[in-house]
Design a protein around this ligand. Sequence first.
Ligand code: C2E
Ligand code: MG
Ligand code: MG
Length: 605
Amino acid sequence: MAKVASGRTEEQFQDLLRRLELALDASQIGVWQHNVDDNELLWDMQMHRLYGTGLRDRRVPSDVWMNALHPEDVEKAFSDFQVALDMRGFYNSQFRIILPSGEVRYIRSRAHFYEGLDGSPSFIGAEWDVTADVLLNRELISQKAIAEARAVALEQSRARIEYAADHDYLTGLPNRRYFDRRLAELRKDPTIETLAVLHIDLDGFKEINDTWGHAAGDAALQSVAARVSAAITANDIVARVSGDEFVAVLINVGSSERLKAIVSDIFSRLRREVRFGNEMLRVGASIGVALSQAGKAGNLLAESDVALFQAKKLGRNRAEFFTPALQDELHAERRLADELRLAPVLRQIEPFYQIQVNARSRRIVGLEALARWRHPEKGLLNPAAFLKVADEYGLTPEIDAAVLKRALADRASWVSRGLVPPRIAVNISGRRLADPDLIEGLQALKIPRHAIAFELVETIFLDDPDDRVLASIDGIKRMGIDIEIDDFGSGHASLIGLVKLKPKRLKIDRQLVTAVTVSDEQRRLVGSIVDIARALNVEVIAEGVETEEHARILAEVGCDELQGYAIGYPSPEGEIATLLKSADARGRSRSAAVEDEGTTGSAAR
Ligand code: C2E
Ligand code: MG
Ligand code: MG
């Protein structure tokens, strides 16, 4: 038996070779051999299968391999081979091939250098298809990149959400949430000596929005944010806490003089107009300021609120500093407001009536119902004692409604007693006029036509009435309720408003009336108002008629009706009933006399 070099028998060698072929076949690894000096390769069947040649030849021109290479990988495949050749060492490469079918495969190729029998440089190597691995790997890489990008995006959006939760998107300032948290931290900070809180509320912001649109409002807010930020130090904080409200906390501001200087600096910055396109916007602000030692700063925010409330009360566009006295005043006011809120329910609000007479005949033609508060401890209160608070706390609509209800009840009781009540004028506040449910509420009261007139304070309609107010006024007129303009001439009188509103009557303000006895000019002024009213078909009542001389002059200049202390003081229901009874009696006897005259006359004929 022939022996091969390894010492194995030929048979054993052939057997080994078959098994090796079988193993290679199963593993789909192709084996190749290349004598570098030749232009030939030795390929096994698996190599042909890998390259999809459809051939079986053991000898293959090296072009077959080269031509199969993917054009983009040719350079690399060659250079890898060249390196192995130069080093006379291990060859390791990966490249793409294009099969005759057009399919692209990724091939991994490894080989060992050896010298042929004639000393020529040769390689023996193996190749296998790694397409699936490469594609899987590529997929993994792309998935990993996607996952990483998602993680980054998630982190960014988490950061954005956190930022948004603490900041106002429009101005970029911290919001109330952030501010409250920081203020609580600052209070506990032992290194801080004083804290001051400024509560800034813009005046006239709604007007900017209404007149110039929301973009203008936004521009105004952004400019306020920038200006306040510029007026305070980097350690201080300013936050936008609601639509047009800002709060700033100043750290270790030192003396109250220094604080005043900062506040006045903020004011002068805010006073500058804001450019918006071609417009210049004017923003005003009311500021409430509270200062305290850091340890005792628990109520700072509430105290700055108290001060702000005061600033607004005193006419806005100003700063007020918190004091304990202010707090007491506010407490008293709040108590009063709380009591006042219940007063209509407890029937403590009642009307007093002041008579209105015809300027010539002096007969009673009307009554004005004036609210009085029968306070359980303080006694009978005039509007001066509670109307301002009512207005500040939004309680005037309830008071107006209570007075109207009681006036209607009084009227009904007079009618039931056989009296003939004149029309009753009831005061109505702007807030009640703007109530969208007003008309429905009035309809429910079934007010007899021409029994009631509503007195509107001049300021309600002269500030360019909005549609809702105009609609309310229309509805009121349709119900047979007269509209009267109260205190005419006391505010910014506008004839346009008068024409727009077409009231039944106007009431000339007491201040103008009082002066008619002292100057011709004033008399002519009142006369002119009467003339204008005449031209517009509006009746005129003079109010505040305090003397007989007033009454005479006012009748002369043409006023239709008179009201005032000279005619009668505001009086409770009982006294008015008595008055109406005697007026009725006088009226009856007078008309009886007229009738008598008539009979006499005809009898004489
Ligand atoms: P007003 O509607 O102009 O009512 C006239 C006020 O002048 C009344 O004061 C009346 O007592 C007073 N007065 C009448 N004649 C004379 C006079 O000859 N000389 C002087 N010096 N004063 C005179 P009152 O009752 O204190 O009411 C004050 C204001 O309170 C009213 O002014 C009105 O604006 C408001 N008011 C009264 N009742 C109500 C109400 O029910 N609702 C609303 N919203 N406001 C009311
Ligand atoms: Mg009135
Ligand atoms: Mg009046």
